[in-house]
Unconditional design. Structure first.
Length: 324
């Protein structure tokens, strides 16, 4: 008796579960493929992929069981000892530093962190050390920004005392500037002087110590909000609206905030993000080619909040873009 097509598909699925078959769809008998509907093909493909994933999980579990590690017992994770109770890693599992399973987990976590952060790959090698290694003549005009970005990265809450940095460098501090510590920075100057490079140095430092941060170009941020793309600022938080992701990112790096033209809508998006973050003291880094006056002319008084929440640090000197 000829079996129905539906019965044959269900029978194949049962055999795949029973035997862990990895046969790709092209190995299905031709007369079966021709008779499958679009929905049945999709169902069968999903079943094959599920079985492959299950096989990969089984292999990983088997490999972990074969690792003989006195520290983690082959699990790849341990609970760190001698950590203060107020430390963010207190009571949390970390990758085992003494076995290959822990190393693989660390690599996977790092790759996921980079992917969800949004930082372009060509910025991953930019660090404070790579800046310090530049010739002295190329660092001229950039040292206030160099020390301000390092303080941002190192200090609790990312607060920067810019007037103190100016004093240490013997630079003139205008009495009209706000001397209070702030936890947001605007790096401004001509194209290619290293603004994004130092901002990326902050970013890479934070990612290396497992802090969560989000990178986005100003134009791309506005476009994502316009499309209402759903995204997450890390690999653990659930996806939310694009606007909410930019508003709530623990640290936001907003690059190239110098569009050729703005509109009421673009100004509204920028204001919504900046005001939310300012009201909740969330650290923000902005790079732009515009000084304060030109920035306000372009973005309007709605973005005056950026003058209040951030230290504006000028970067000058030779261009570095060719070294990035």
């Amino acid at each position: 008796m000829m079996k129905s097509l539906e019965f044959q598909v269900q029978e194949m699925k049962r055999n795949m579960r029973r035997n862990h078959s990895h046969a790709p769809i092209r190995n299905v008998a031709p007369d079966w493929r021709e008779g499958l509907s679009k929905e049945q093909r999709a169902l069968l493909k999903a079943e094959v992929e599920w079985m492959r994933d299950k096989s990969d999980e089984d292999k990983a579990r088997s490999a972990a069981q074969q690792v003989d590690c006195d520290t983690c017992g082959g699990m790849g994770v341990v609970t760190p000892a001698n950590i203060p109770i107020d430390h963010p890693k207190f009571g949390k599992l970390v990758d085992c530093p003494h076995c290959v399973v822990g190393e693989r987990r660390a690599v996977q976590v790092w790759e996921n962190r980079i992917k969800t952060s949004g930082l372009p790959a060509h910025y991953l090698n930019l660090t404070f050390q790579s800046f310090d290694d530049l010739p002295d003549d190329l660092k001229s005009g950039k040292m206030q920004a160099r020390f301000a970005t390092e303080e941002f990265a190192l200090n609790e809450g990312h607060y920067v005392n810019l007037s103190d940095i100016y004093d240490r460098l013997g630079a003139a501090w205008s009495q009209t500037r706000d001397p209070r510590p702030k936890n947001s920075l605007v790096l401004y100057g001509e194209l290619g002087v290293g603004k994004t490079g130092l901002a990326a140095a902050i970013f890479n430092y934070l990612l290396a110590r497992s802090d969560k941060a989000l990178y986005i170009r100003a134009y791309d941020m506005i476009e994502e909000v316009k499309k209402d793309d759903r995204r997450s600022f890390d690999d653990e938080s659930p996806a939310t609206s694009a606007l909410e992701a930019f508003q709530k990112a623990p640290v936001l790096l907003l690059d190239e905030a110098n569009l050729s033209k703005t509109s009421a809508y673009r100004q509204q998006v920028m204001e919504n993000v900046l005001r939310f973050r300012h009201g909740r003291h969330l650290p923000t880094i902005v790079t732009t080619n515009l000084n304060e006056d030109v920035f306000l002319d372009m973005w309007g008084d709605r973005c005056q909040v950026l003058m209040e929440m951030a230290h504006w640090v000028e970067m000058g000197g030779e261009r570095l873009r060719r070294l990035a």
